[in-house]
Every structure is written in structure tokens, then in C-alpha cells.
Design a protein around this ligand. Sequence first.
Ligand code: ADP
Ligand code: MG
Length: 637
Amino acid sequence: MSQETETACTTCAATAGTETHKSRQYKYRMAVLSASMLVLGIALGFLSANIILIYCVFLASMLSAGQFILPRGARGLMKLRLDMHFLMSTASIGAFIIGAPAEGAAVMFLFFISMLLEERAEDQVRHELEQLIQLEPPSATIKMKDSEACIPTSEVMRGDVLIVRPGGKIGLDGVVVYGETSVNQAPITGESIPVTKIIGDKVYAGTINQEGYIEVEVTSKSNETVLSKIVELVADAKNKKAPTEKLIDRFSQKYTPVMVTLTILLGLVTWILGASPVDATYRALTLLVISCPCAFVVSIPVSIVSSIAGSARDGVLVKGGIYIEQVSKTKTVAFDKTGTLTDGELSVKEVCLHNNFSREEVLITAATLEQMSEHPIARALVDVTKNEDMELRETFGFSAIPGLGIEGKIGDATYLVGNRRLLMEQSIMLDEPSKHSCGVGTLVYVAQGNMHLGTIVLADSLRAGAVEAVRELKSMGIRTIMLTGDSETVAKDIAQEVGVDEYMAELLPEEKVAAIEEISTNGSSIMVGDGINDAPALATADVGIAMGAVSSDAALETSDIALMQQDLRNVPGIIKKAKKTMRIVRQNITLSISVKLFIGIFAAFGLVSLWMAIGIGDMGLTFAVIANALRLVRKNT
Ligand code: ADP
Ligand code: MG
């Protein structure tokens, strides 16, 4: 039954991609033709066939490949932009003119092959992205009055109710309004353990319903889902280039004209020194072929984009190549406490009362104000009152005081809910909860006007994986620091428990920023936070990593790297991967430069044939660097 609906509901699948597929097929056929003609030409040469016939066969080989290269070379020349297509076209035509048609054809053919290799590599990376896009099912079943309809996902509106059967894909973000199930969120979070979903829980486009039947009220249209944001960010990422990448781009623009000049000089010098014009030209053309920067230029974007695409599959969204390079240099990782190192699921341990107020009164007052806040503390307090069936009042004039607490009115009276510093700043007389009567934990003070009504003691527990993450970072030689707005006592406890090198407590959001600035003077810094009260610090750090981006738009948008999954162990993972990526980039640059330099020197002395130049210096090298870069796409590397 469910299967039927699924197939019936996927017939509107798009047919994009056939266009590129067709032209790709044509290119492959032309490559084969070019190769066959090249071999035939060489064979005819051995058989001492008619020279005109041989020329024609080589020309056919050259043009089969050259149809994709010569026009681009010519266009480059007209715009005075001497790119690699121009270099290769000149080398090939030059070879034909000086009576080396076999080499002329080979240059074109082999360059064409390295172009195809490059396209393959780009395809592979694009394929990663398409896999993400294809996570959204093309159509969805929506509930009508007393029937159901299958419509394209893009036409589903907010407020429509989706029917999702067992095994079906969820088409859009929404809230479960009927049924109960577990959902595999791995496609967007990388986390493969299914998550239980009951009425009221959020579900996301692209995730897979496991065993239950659910109905989902749609909350975002197809182009607003978390999934579509992920796709957009990954697609955008390659535009934010890493510094090394930019350097290479700039370099290759200057480089080609310089090499063209050098080859002309080499030809002239060889000729003046007594070589025949043909030999001198041959030597110059060889250098021209060697100077082609393609392997070089291609390898860096391929490495970086492969790395970004590979990470996206693990639920780690890197928003640009620039961050990979930064992360690879990390010296310090700073963590926010609440909601980052701890899981932010606070529980109320105790309520200490002052001035004859009741427990219920204190909790209701606090929760009434907290209804308006999105802080983890707020959630904890509201939940407690809900569980104990307390009725909340109406509040207005609410304002959040970042890093301190909140303020609001109930009736005519003004209330404050927050930490010690908040009440001190208002010169409110505090009835300090002594350790004896009131436990240790995150203390939330509740005050009305100048009167301290009570103190709520909350406890938070460490997030799973936090200890391992910190340990791993330390073993990599990275300094770890915890930044928190919470009190010194709590900070010290948590810092010890999690094992960070240092901690700083009682920080306001702007003091977190100052702390990050200070930390960054000792080298590249990462700030890991949940986006609540630490967005400015996330933005200040060289790289800001936000946790739990599936459920928070702010976290997804303000960070440089977003973790879809709440797992801190991703942090050392990201650093390792970035280091590996940059290592591969450096290897590729070094390899390209040294091979080119090496053959280049020999070529200047006439010791390298055009064959070797193109075979090793261009195609061989392109193959090597691309293969090296594609190692980054594989999972768990
Ligand atoms: P952390 O740095 O640990 O993530 P925050 O900067 O978010 O903490 O908050 C710092 C402190 O400010 C909290 O420990 C709490 O005492 C107080 N605070 C912030 N927001 C609220 C709130 N909505 N209700 C009560 N206290 C709050
Ligand atoms: Mg926080």
C-alpha cells in the first residue's frame, strides 16, 4: 500500500541532467575518434604512406579533440586573455606547421583527455550536491477533506497536511499532528539512530519515516526548508574561496602571458645559438605545453569542494573554502557552556524562598516571564510549571538582557529573572541562598521591584561526547577554553568535569567577544556555540561553529560551520579533515610546480619531446592531482 503511493507519487520526477549527459557522450565519442586517428596516423608513418594522407589523418585526430578547445583558445586571444586553451591551441597548430603533425595531434588529444578528467572530477562533486537536492521527494501526498491528493512538492503550501506512510520520505518541514513514529534523520543530520516523533514534534524534509503512519502540518514551503537551505549553502560555499585558492587564481592570470613571452625568448635564443628555425620552434612549443597550468588550477577547487561535499554528508555544513583553510590552522577552541558543552536540558533542583513567598508563586512568576525567552533556562522553567499544572499569568513589556536574564511586567509590577549580576546591578538586596539550605547549580534569582522573592536552582548535565571531544582536541595540541555567562562556581565544576584547559565565567555576550579577540591574538580560533547569547562571539572568532542547526535558523545562518547534529565530536573531526584538505592542496601545488620546473629545465635544453611534455607534464599530472583531491569525497576521511 505504502509502496504504491510512493511510486504513484514519484512519477513527476524531473528529467534534468540528460542534456549534459548527451554532450558528454559526444565528447567521449570524439575522444575515441581522436585516439584512433592518432594511432592510425602513427601506423601510416611507420608504413611510410603518402605524407599528405598522414597529415590528413593527424589533422582529423587534432580536430576531433580540438573542436572543444580551438574556439575557446581563439576567443581568449581576441579578448587578450591568454588561457590554457590558447596555449594548447598554439602548441598544436605550431607543431603542424613545423612538420610535427603527430605531436600536434597528440597535444590536442591529451589535453582533451585532461579536460575530460577535470570535468569528471567536477561531476563527481556536483553529484554529491545533487544527492542532497534529490533528498526532497518530487511529490507529496496531502490530505483533502475526505480524500488525498498527490501534488508536486513545490506546490504544497504552509498549513497543508501531509500524509506520510511507513517507509515514506517526508517532503517538507512540519509538525506532527497525528500519529507516532520514528524518523531516520541521517540524510540531513548524518546521525543514523532514528529519532522518535510524537504529536507536536518537528520533522524535516528529506528525512525518512520508519514504521508509523503520521500526518504532518507543513510549516515551510519547499524552498524554505532546512534541506533547501543546506543545499543553497553548500552550493554557495565554493564562491567563498580560500586564500590559497585566490592566490592561485591571481597567479594563473599573470602566469600565462609570462610563459608565452618566455617561450618566444627561448625559441629566439635557441635559433640565434645556431639551431634550425624548426628545432627552435619545436623547443619553444615544448616549453609552451609544459607551462600549461591546468593541473594546478583545477586541483585546488576540486580539493576544497570535495572536502565541503564530503562534510555535508556527515551533517557538517562548511560555508566556504575560506573556513577550511582557517580551521586547519586552529590553535584554540572556545566553547560556550549552556547548550553547547552541556545539553541545555536543565532540571529544577530546588527553589529557595525569601520574604515569605511560596514555591508556586516564585515558579509561576519566573515561568510567566520566561515564556517569551528562548534560553534553555526558560524552557526548563516553563516545562516545570506545565508538568505541575500551574497556570501562567499574562506578561507584557518583556525584554531580554543578554547574558544576565530577563525583565517584564505582570500586572503593574515589574519583575526581574536572572543571575546574581542582574540583581546586583539593580541594587536589589539579595538573600543569599546558603549552600546549606540551597544546593549548588545554576542559580536563577527572581525579584519583584526591589524585593528578592526566591532563587531557583537548576542543574544541567554534560552533553554526551563532550569529554571525548575535549580530550581529542587536547591530544591534537589545541588549547580548549570554556566561556560562560554562568557563575564562577558552576563554571568551575563543569570545566573540571569536561576537562577544558581554562574557563572564564560571568561573561556578558560582549565580554565573550572580547575574550575571543584576546584568544585570537595567539593564532586562529574557533568558537563553538548554540547561537543563544553567543552569536556575536561566533561571528568574532576566526571560525564560528554552531550546534543544532537543524532546529535553529539563527544558528544555521550566523555560523561559518553548522553542525546539523548535536555532537561535539564533530569538532575535532572538522579540524582533522581541514588539515587533511590543506595538506592535499599543498601536495598538489608542490607536485605540480616541481614536475613542471623539472621538465621545463630539460625542455629548455631540448631534452624533452612534445610527447613527454604533454603526457607527463599535463595529462599525467592532472590525473595525479585530481585523484589525490578526490580522496576527500570518500566518507570518514
Ligand atoms: P552560557 O554562556 O553558559 O551559555 P548565557 O550567556 O546564555 O550562558 O547566559 C548567562 C547567564 O545569564 C545564565 O547563566 C543565566 O544566569 C542568565 N540568563 C540568561 N538568560 C536568562 C533567562 N532567560 N532566564 C534566566 N536567566 C538567564
Ligand atoms: Mg549558550
